[in-house]
Ligand binder design. Sequence first.
Ligand SMILES: Cc1ncc(C[n+]2csc(CCOP(=O)(O)OP(=O)(O)O)c2C)c(N)n1
Ligand SMILES: [Mg+2]
Length: 795
Amino acid sequence: MTGDLKMLRELERKILWLACWTVHNANHLRPKGDGDVKVGGHQASCASMVSIMTALYFHTLRPEDRVAVKPHASPVFHAIQYLMGNQTREKLENFRGYGGAQSYPSRTKDIDDVDFSTGSVGLGVAITAFASLVQDYLAAKPWAQDRPLGRMIALVGDAELDEGNIYECLQEGWKHNLRNTWWIIDYNRQSLDSVVREGLWKRIEAIFRAFGWDVVRLKHGALQRAAFGEPGGERLRDWIDNCPNQLYSVLTYQGGAAWRRRLMDEIGDQGAVTALLNRRGDDQLATLMNNLGGQCIETLTQAFDAIDHDRPTAFLAYTIKGWGTPLAGHKDNHAGIMTKAQMAEFQASMGVATGEEWEPMAAVEDPAALQAFLDATAFFAAGRRRYGAARQPAPGPIFLDDAELSTQAGFGKILDALARSDSPLADRIVTTSPDVTVSTNLGSWVNRRGLFARDELADTFRDERVPSAQKWRFSPQGQHIELGIAEMNLFLVLGAAGLSHSLFGERLIPIGTVYDPFVARGLDALNYACYQDARFLIVGTPSGVTLAPEGGAHQSIGSQLIGISQDGLAAFEPAYLDELSVIMDWSFDYLQREGEGDPDERTWLRDETGGSVYLRLTTRALEQPARRNDDAFRQGVIDGAYWWRKPGPNADIVIAYQGCVAPEAIEAAGRIGEDRRDIGVLAITSADRLNAGWTAAQRARRRGLIGAASHVERLMTGLPSHCTLITVTDGHPATLAWLGAVAGHRTVPLGVEHFGQTGTIDDLYRHFSINADAIITAAHGLAPGRPLRNLGQLA
Ligand SMILES: Cc1ncc(C[n+]2csc(CCOP(=O)(O)OP(=O)(O)O)c2C)c(N)n1
Ligand SMILES: [Mg+2]
């Protein structure tokens, strides 16, 4: 270990240097483009992590371990990977630049084997807990490979602990018997703006313990602990332990002489303490005072080595923001960057010669020995740990024969059919829901496939023969992860399970359900999951004002726009069961695609790359049309729209609808059709995909592919220019309003802009003008021709 310690200390210096140099280069040296501002890079914020990450990556970690690196430690992460040959100099020179290494570690954009992306603070922390849950889920399944359980580790900023999702995750973790999770808190007592509250550590420790975590406090480094053993050392320890955070920071910033003055003033005794201080020069004294637990390789490696259990563990590692740099301790240092003069001095102190800045072995005492040490590092021995898993074939659409049913109920029935089937894909499905399992129609699936828990838990109601529609039996074989009511957790589980193929080499098909308005409650975690390219199906149901008596508070208005705007997520809103069947089957395949292909020239959608899927469903039971299962129907449903009623050559009006207002659109078309020729009805299943294809085709044309045409453009071909589009949906009118821009048609977008009103569906459709009467009135007001006779009553 002594030899290793020497190597680790050498590496610690090297990594600090490379991280600081990367940021310095990006800010001060790289030629700037027009309008380029300071690049940033948080030298101080990453410096406090250097010791912790050196100890972890070069001593503690094993290939099966996974780490979420706090956003601003990105330069440290990239420096480590650069030393190991997994990151290029070119990308480091271009840090934060176009195509360069990312400011915050990114699974999708960086090349250096990032385990979890970070950036939006709190989410990278919590996903480690859910990744551990997914790891346990896999370990319990007969079809999964037997692999060593890794530790899921988060490097956490202390101010990051203000994020509420962390506490939601702690509670959920406790319920699920969380294990193999380490959170290492960079307790530098500084946030972005300021210094954290005194005594925060006590609260942090109490909270972790309350949820069953072990807490390991790493307050003093080995040098400090040795000094405490000297005569007068106890007084020094007391002084340090009682020193307010702000003062410790100020003195750290001011350096050795200031430490001496202050300590002499406060505890100098002309006896043992004075002698203790006087045995050290100013530099040594500063080194001693900076030797907190989180900046001491020896302390850190010992603490990590000492963990011989799988209980979740929080390490409270006292650190110094800006450690090892002239920025150390200053409260304004969050985005602080050394000046050129400070950097020159820092470089000299590091012994790195000019021109050798990027040399991995510059200023290294024994390069061959260090290289041998790097080559033998366990964590990197397995190479890049980005796995893949075979695709599970989608079983084909499961069509339902109900004459009248809602899409939400249909979804439940399709899953029930899958649960009863012996399709291998069904074995890979894992469902999850934040306390709305039964009310979103997952009940039958759960009855058949059971709930997941590491340990069996009987259903007492069943055992005591109390009749109940729900079997609530937990077992390792179970395929449903029941969550408490925290939508952030829902999307974090979907994120972790949706990366299972990549993190653990095992395919999962995660399906989550949530009341549609509460997609917004977990939105940042949804975005985070998509950003990492996790693959899952999220079902938002019930949605819109159609949930009518359910209550005004639960109406979703903007969620269709989320579906349109969220990258990595294909959003559908089917009206009829046949559409739903086709979409679900397509989704099972789409979730598993990993192609790099060019856009499909039919739709201009990048379908080869795959992605996640969002289904917006409803509890409104609709009378079903005759079975449709021809290729054109299936293709239209997936591409985003098909003609329910194709407009004739002289059409004055086209009604385009999305979702469960289909009967209103169809009824209105019938009534208008008595007075207008050639009326068309466009059934839209995915405004998102129509819009994405249209945007992509325009881009392709601008690039010279003049023949590029998207699905919606082809649908609109031949519509006379005087034709008016009336769009209608139970959601924000902007969802479909853009359709008028596709081929230059006047458009009347009907939809919902206000919420809170309760009533029956009839009341609300009338109130919001999305019923047949409203559509007819819109047509009457705008489309040319003689008055319509079938005008109805408007609210
Ligand atoms: C959700 C979210 N809100 C705000 C930010 C901006 N931000 C980045 S780091 C940070 C605070 C950092 O403090 P801490 O976690 O203690 O890390 P340190 O800089 O001390 O290393 C903030 C507010 C963010 N990245 N994500
Ligand atoms: Mg901090």
